[in-house]
Design a binder for this molecule. Sequence first.
Ligand code: FES
Length: 147
Amino acid sequence: MALYSDKVMDHFQNPRNVGKMEDADGIGEVGNAKCGDIMRMYIKVDPETQVITDVKFNTFGCGSAIATSSMATELIKGKPISEALKLSNQAVVEALDGLPTHKIHCSVLAEEAVRAAVKDYFDKNGIPYDKELLACDGHCDTCGHEH
Ligand code: FES
């Protein structure tokens, strides 16, 4: 069996939603404690509906980080913030038909960047939120989240 699924290869070679967003409503930057790689995620939010209307990402991460972020942006685009916050790295990995075990940590970067971008949006707009909900699970100590 190939190490990487066709979907992983597709999202790695043709990543969706790559780039910078000049007028982002929320920007999340996280680092991966395990490998030192960095990810930045930008979101645009409709203030009326709280729907994420656009997403972009930039990463200095590896191929798996690129593929998982690409998939994560597809999964949250057009979704309400409440749903985006439920996105787990496992869901991203499943949507990509799996990742090798030693690459699972790369998918965590995507999940955390989404949460960090939402947190930034909430902070910038004075929207109250449950701090527990946006706290890390303890697997990242370089992301700058409040623990
Ligand atoms: Fe760092 Fe994959 S090895 S994100």
